[in-house]
Design a protein around this ligand. Structure first.
Ligand code: MG
Length: 372
């Protein structure tokens, strides 16, 4: 399928922060994706989690498998809409690079600690990873990604950060949208985590099938599956149901986005940026997706066993931050800041880069007398 006129075109990219000549055999967005896959932060996603902490079991999603699922869903949507698949893939694979260990609990804790110094936002941190923190190239810090990939990575940010971030921050000040590729990657993220959290929630035993009957989207497909395959084993039933849910969400998103695109008729990616949000679920599907999200918040993310783990995770992150802030010489040599004003941010970068298990080990090394 040829690229739609409103798709992001790598030949017309707004470019990289440091100019680089084009490379042979790959477009600029393919090159971005390849740099992301080869980065250290991407590999560390394997040992970072969202809901379940890494050592709780090998069967749960990690941020790495989550990012791959987002990329898969986003690419299949992009292809149906004639969008640039390489760009949605790059944005999807990079979208969680700035996440702290222990998912949202870790991010909230670090944000608290960093409050006097501008706070901590994981989206801004993902951008910071690709703009500065990865140190692999001779000519520049970071991965020197194209504007379009960076624009997609920065999903949200505060007004203060938007002012500071230059070109990619502008749209938050002007009330504009990013490319359709970025909008699709964002919704693919929602489809991926809602559905895999149902799957992981059931697998962990924190959610039960009976509870899920109150979620319309789940209940309808589950009933169909049971009808089609009487006596089907529970695990297969769950997978059959989840895959049908993902499919319905994807098809709805494609249809509604097509409808909005037809109506707004954008003739370029810049027209997409000035139009109202073009990628969206239909109103009934938006409601169903929200219902699922609320169900997960109430029943999984606030489950007492998850709450216990997140309370522990918060404590680990806060205690690490306080220990390093009180005694910066505890930091490894390549994380020491010469300028004392830079210190809190450098500590936040160090902690945010940790995997779950590294943070636990580092905490033990600092606080247990029998550890070195
Ligand atoms: Mg995500």
């Amino acid at each position: 399928m040829p690229l739609a006129p409103y798709a992001a075109d790598p030949v017309r990219s707004r470019g990289r922060r440091v100019h680089e000549p084009p490379t042979q055999g790959r477009t600029e967005f393919q090159r971005d994706r390849d740099r992301i896959v080869h980065s250290g932060a991407f590999r560390r996603l394997e040992y970072k989690t969202q809901v379940f902490v890494n050592h709780e079991g090998d069967m749960f999603r990690t941020r790495l498998t989550h990012s791959i699922e987002v990329a898969q869903i986003a690419r299949s949507i992009a292809r149906q809409l004639g969008l640039n698949e390489d760009l949605v893939e790059a944005v999807s694979l990079a979208h969680d690079l700035g996440h702290t260990p222990f998912g949202h609990a870790g991010q909230d804790a670090l944000n608290e600690c960093m409050r006097p110094w501008g706070g901590f936002e994981h989206n801004v941190q993902s951008l910071r990873v690709v703009d500065r923190l990865e140190q692999r190239y001779g000519a520049f810090d970071g991965l020197n990604l194209s504007f379009e990939t960076r624009e997609g990575i920065l999903k949200h940010c505060s007004v203060e950060n938007a002012r500071r971030l230059g070109d990619v921050g502008e749209r938050f000040l002007m009330g504009r949208r990013p490319s359709l590729e970025a909008q699709i990657a964002n919704l693919a993220d929602e489809i991926a985590y809602n559905n895999h959290d149902v799957d992981d929630g059931l697998r962990s035993g924190l959610l039960s099938l009976r509870q899920l009957d109150e979620v319309e989207l789940f209940e309808r497909h589950a009933a169909e599956v049971r009808h089609e395959f009487p006596g089907i084993a529970a695990r297969r039933m769950i997978h059959e149901t989840v895959r049908r849910m993902i499919n319905e969400l994807v098809l709805d998103l494609v249809a509604e986005t097509r409808r909005r695109v037809r109506e707004a008729a954008p003739d370029s990616v810049d027209a997409v940026r000035s139009a109202p949000a073009l990628a969206a679920f239909s109103a009934p599907m938006r409601e169903r997706s929200n219902q699922l999200k609320h169900f997960l918040t109430g029943n999984l993310y606030r489950h007492y066993r998850v709450t216990r783990m997140t309370a522990k995770a918060r404590r680990v992150v806060c205690e690490l931050f306080e220990a390093f802030a009180a005694e910066p010489r505890l930091l490894p040599p390549d994380h020491q800041a010469a300028d004392p004003e830079q210190r809190p941010r450098v500590i936040a970068d160090y902690i945010a880069g940790m995997t779950d298990r590294y943070a636990i080990r580092e905490h033990r090394r600092l606080f247990a007398l029998d550890e070195t």
